[in-house]
Design a protein around this ligand. Structure first.
Ligand code: HAM
Length: 425
């Protein structure tokens, strides 16, 4: 690898820098606020775990079998970088045994060795929640409503919510057997890859996009026709709850998400603004058997993950701006370096009062500082010149209108607050 290549971010990963990262700050802040309002507390788990933790999400899934970043540390431990958030959270639940219901949210990077393309990266960030210890369909509704409302907050207007039920432990084996015999009877001519998938897990054929397989997929038995009475009733109640909140749902009997842990409710939000191959902005579902896989007590669970990069791509495709608060006030040193203490105090006082404030550094000329003020995007500039200093005042200029007024130093914060509260400020 050449020196130029070595000092670039590796394939499939990206820097997120200002000003674009301003949107990330807003997205994360809005998610954290929404999670708080729904009663979810932050869970921070390590970025790597023993490899067995992630193997529990399904040894036959691509994420685990093909895409995991595995390493052996200097102590000989077999570790893996987190490919998804649920396994880590359930591992933490089983380890610490908090009193259920246990409702947590996370903001975390995930690592998957995927074929890098737009919307599919080798490190991506997920915002997610997990709720453990509740089987009541009311929590399915709560989790889905949280995510739907979050997309609404961001102005992500073109998302469709697809909903399915994977059934429960009682009926799933029968369904899988029926599916396997259907595929074996009808798909004999579809080749080795098809047969291998049917053998390993016929459910994973259902959401395949391979053209030649579509006919046998379309005629396949449907999960929702094979639910036990309990699973069917749970699924009905989830739909009723979503209807009560006026959340539109499309039933998607072939929606099979990429992990083996799913039971009962599964869902995905897809954006028409994204390319079809990676149009899921978020998805999740129940995993009522996962805690036991980690040696914990039987504990139902449900959650979702939504990718920040995909949210940003979808917002861009829609042309939807997320307002990102920037610099409000730029302080110009009209004393040209001779009043550094005055300027330092003024900038600090405004920041302490809650304003977002910037300034120039290094004794720049007043002209250069005005240019920097323009570039900063600030709405107003506050300048201290020799005359103003003598009167214990500052010159405040509205950068949009060019209007300038003198304000006493004592009244400055009040004046700026009053200006901010004006409807067109
Ligand atoms: P997932 O569907 O694999 O689910 O990922 C959730 C979201 O992460 C996707 O909808 C997508 O927005 C984003 N995402 C996934 N892979 C990539 C990638 N390579 N590049 C960019 N974005 C990506 C899970 O991970 C489950 N843990 C969700 C869950 C939580 N289920 C229950 N609880």
């Amino acid at each position: 690898m050449s020196r130029d290549d070595v000092f670039r971010a590796p394939k499939g990963v990206h820097d997120v820098l200002p000003p674009d990262s301003g949107r990330w700050v807003e997205i994360v802040a809005r998610f954290a606020d929404r999670a708080r309002r729904y009663g979810y507390g932050l869970a921070v788990t390590p970025m790597f775990e023993h490899v067995e933790v992630f193997q529990r999400v399904g040894e036959h899934t691509d994420v685990v079998a093909k895409e995991m970043y595995e390493l052996t540390d200097k102590g000989g431990r077999r570790l893996a970088l987190r490919p998804e958030g649920t396994a880590s959270v359930v591992r933490a639940y089983v380890q610490h045994r908090p009193t259920p219901p246990w409702k947590v949210f996370y903001i975390a990077p995930n690592f998957r060795y995927e074929r890098a393309q737009k919307g599919r990266y080798r490190q991506h960030w997920q915002l997610g929640v997990e709720a453990l210890g509740v089987s009541d369909p009311a929590i399915d509704v709560e989790v889905i409503a949280l995510l739907a409302g979050f997309y609404g907050d961001l102005g992500l207007s073109d998302v469709r919510l697809l909903l399915n039920s994977m059934g429960d432990a009682e009926t799933r084996p029968q369904f899988v057997a029926a599916l396997r015999s259907h595929f074996l009877a009808r798909g004999g001519s579809l080749g080795d890859e098809f047969s291998a998938r049917v053998e390993a897990n016929p459910l994973r054929v259902l959401d395949s996009k391979v053209e030649d397989w579509q006919e046998v997929i379309l005629t396949a038995p449907q999960l929702t026709d094979h639910l036990s009475d309990a699973a069917a009733s749970h699924f009905e109640q989830v739909q009723d709850g979503l209807r009560a909140l006026a959340i539109d749902v499309e039933l998607a009997p072939r929606l099979v998400r990429g992990f083996d842990y799913y039971t009962s409710t599964t869902f995905e939000f897809q954006s028409a603004a994204l390319d079809a191959a990676q149009n899921a902005v978020g998805g999740g579902g129940r995993y009522d058997g996962l805690a036991e896989e980690f040696g914990g007590p039987p504990t139902p669970g449900i959650g979702f993950g939504t990718g920040i990069e995909r949210i940003v791509l979808a917002l861009d495709a829609l042309g939807t701006a997320v307002p990102t608060p920037g610099i409000e006030v730029f302080v110009v040193d009209g004393l040209e370096g001779r009043g550094e203490t005055t300027i330092t105090r003024l900038v600090e006082a405004l920041r302490v009062s809650g304003f977002s404030v910037d300034r120039a550094y290094g004794g720049r000329s007043v002209k250069a500082q005005w240019k920097a003020a323009d570039r900063s995007g600030a709405a107003v500039t506050v300048m201290v010149g020799r005359d103003e200093l003598a009167r214990d005042a500052v010159a405040v200029k509205d950068l949009a209108t060019g209007e300038q007024v003198e304000v006493s130093r004592e009244m400055l914060v009040q004046w700026l607050i009053a200006r901010k509260d004006q409807p067109n400020a």
